[in-house]
Design a protein around this ligand. Structure first.
Ligand code: GLC
Length: 551
């Protein structure tokens, strides 16, 4: 754990998808008891913080992003007392806890929405959401043309008590996730109280879900005919006041708490606005995550990331994966290794050996860059996407709302293998059945099998994270080193990182190789391999002929 108040600028944050991390009670569902029992794994990995996907009481229609009660833990995950104990125990071992907040929507079982439905048209409880009559003579058409991010209309029609159709309500995601109306003072107040509720219980910060979507144009205009007018719900200017008010709350704590936004925006300048010094501390770098495994794409992403973060004095973040995207080793093994929600390429051929080699190099690259590093659970085990889940094992609303076209995100959420040679691989007690089935060939991917194996992904992750701290280059600027177009090479202080994307081996700068993602060949760096070099002859002063990281 870093002791400085600005620990979040260089932290390694491990993402815990509780449902799939470890099952303490044998019901097939991961839980807080499981996390507490496995904290040693995170300590051995050397992470500074954990980020938990929503752990609140929820019908789990969208894996917990449908929150029914922010002040209670989802019963299948545990209790509030366990959450408090977990936060305290983790901190004793040097690991801070960041949790999720979902301002855009709640569950349709949240008491507010239940009361809104029961109250009927005109009920003041409906003002906390977006209820509107439909268009067309009988109100049979949705109030506007907005589409849900999961597919289909963003509106669902309610039923009156007598069974006849009533008003519609807005949900940018699943129908089980009604959007909140941030014009309503109770919505603001409630979220401020939720922040304080968890900060008071020791949470070090919040990850803000769909952070750019919460504020709507109350006129709810169609998107199709917008012209030059601002988008009615994405990235509205008013959202910044909301995060400024949250920042004041976070800053009111000792130590100050942190706010990290899930901001999917292509406009990097507008993305930077969220990171101004009185707004969020950080945001996920999806540009880097989505880039294909090529030197040109990754170099461009790194340059642009550093430039727009330094413009606002915020740390960059480096993210290879999360619970919404295709697993890294699968993605990087495909001929098109980029990621986009629009084209998931599920089931397209992948070469897992190639993907694994690249994923090994990628963690050396990401961990060498200045800023925060996020690790999604299971990536340290080199888990692939599980692409052959049967229809009965599909849970993701993204899959269902696409009419089954989109594979959904279940394949990156399969429970972790810890030990043993067959399911449940120590995820839960022997004989328990994990909520998503694990593949039969994961015996050599368990944490146990990989521990002590010098060539395993887990050993590499442990080495990377330990060295990242020991090299103490965290505060050094990035300086690009000259090289082939197909080689990414830069140094931070006296440590260089070189990644070879070329077909032939690349030379290394003079120095000691402190870490490599794969074997070197005659002193050269093979294709899809990365190395960290302690430079023999590091420049001692700023060399104006070198390209600065922020250029
Ligand atoms: C975010 C979450 C995703 C969820 C969505 C709706 O994108 O990461 O898992 O489905 O928001 O809350």
């Amino acid at each position: 754990m870093q002791s400085t108040a600005e620990w979040w600028r260089h932290a390694v944050v491990y993402q815990v998808y509780v449902r799939s991390f470890a099952d303490g009670n044998g019901d097939g569902v991961g839980d807080l008891a499981g996390v507490r029992a496995r904290l040693g794994h995170l300590r051995d990995l050397g992470v500074d913080a954990m980020w938990f996907n929503p752990w609140y009481a929820s019908p789990l229609a969208d894996g917990g992003y449908d929150v029914a009660d922010y002040r209670a833990i989802e019963p299948s995950f545990g209790t509030l007392a366990e959450a408090e104990a977990l936060i305290a125990e983790a901190l004793e071992g040097g690991i801070r806890t960041i949790i999720d907040i979902v301002p855009n929507h709640v569950s349709d079982r949240h008491p507010w929405f239940v009361e809104a439905l029961e109250g009927g048209p005109g009920s003041p409880m409906r003002d906390r959401f977006w209820f509107r009559p439909g268009r067309g003579p009988g109100g049979e058409l949705p109030p506007n043309d907005w589409q849900s991010h999961f597919g289909e209309s963003a509106w669902t029609r309610t039923q009156q008590p007598d069974g006849t159709p009533g008003d519609w309500y807005l949900h940018l995601f699943a129908p089980a996730q009604p959007d909140l109306n941030w014009e309503h003072p109770a919505v603001r107040q409630e979220h401020e109280e939720v922040l304080r509720f968890w900060f008071d219980r020791g949470a070090a910060g919040f990850r803000i879900d769909s952070a750019a979507l919460a504020i709507k144009d109350p006129g709810l205009p169609d998107v199709e005919t917008l012209g030059d007018r601002p988008h009615p719900y994405a990235d509205r200017d008013e959202i910044h006041d909301l995060y400024r008010s949250w920042r004041r709350i976070a800053d009111g704590y000792d130590p100050p708490r942190v706010l990290v936004g899930e901001v999917w925006l292509e406009d990097v300048e507008r993305f930077g606005h969220y990171l101004r010094s009185d707004e969020l501390h950080g945001a996920f770098n999806f540009d880097f995550l989505a880039a294909p495994w090529t030197a040109a794409a990754l170099r461009r992403s790194i340059r642009s990331t550093l430039a727009h973060h330094s413009a606002v004095g915020a740390p960059a973040s480096w993210v290879l994966a999360n619970h919404d995207v295709t697993r890294v080793v699968t993605r990087y093994g495909r001929s098109d290794s980029s990621f986009s929600f629009a084209a998931k390429r599920h089931g397209t051929p992948t070469d897992l050996e190639l993907g694994t080699r690249r994923a090994r190099a990628a963690i050396l690259l990401a961990a060498a860059l200045p800023g925060t590093l996020y690790v999604y659970q299971g990536d340290e085990l080199g888990l692939p996407e599980v692409e052959d889940l049967g229809p009965e094992h599909r849970h993701d609303p993204m899959h269902f709302q696409s009419g089954g076209v989109d594979p959904g995100r279940d394949g990156c959420r399969v429970p972790l293998p810890w030990s043993g040679t067959s399911p449940p691989y120590g995820f839960g007690p022997a004989g328990s059945a994990p909520w998503l089935p694990q593949p039969p060939d994961w015996a050599d991917r368990t944490a146990e099998a990989q521990t002590g194996d010098r060539s395993s992904m887990l050993t590499l992750y442990r080495d990377v994270i330990a060295l990242r701290r020991n090299l103490r280059h965290e505060t050094a600027d990035l300086v690009w080193l000259d090289g082939d177009d197909d080689v990414i090479a830069f140094r931070r202080g006296a440590v260089a990182c070189v990644v070879n994307f070329a077909d032939t081996a690349a030379p290394l700068p003079a120095g000691a190789v402190v870490l490599a993602s794969g074997p070197l060949v005659d002193g050269g760096l093979p294709t899809d391999t990365a190395a960290w070099i302690q430079l023999t002859d590091p420049p001692t002063s700023y060399d104006p002929t070198e390209t600065r990281g922020t250029s």
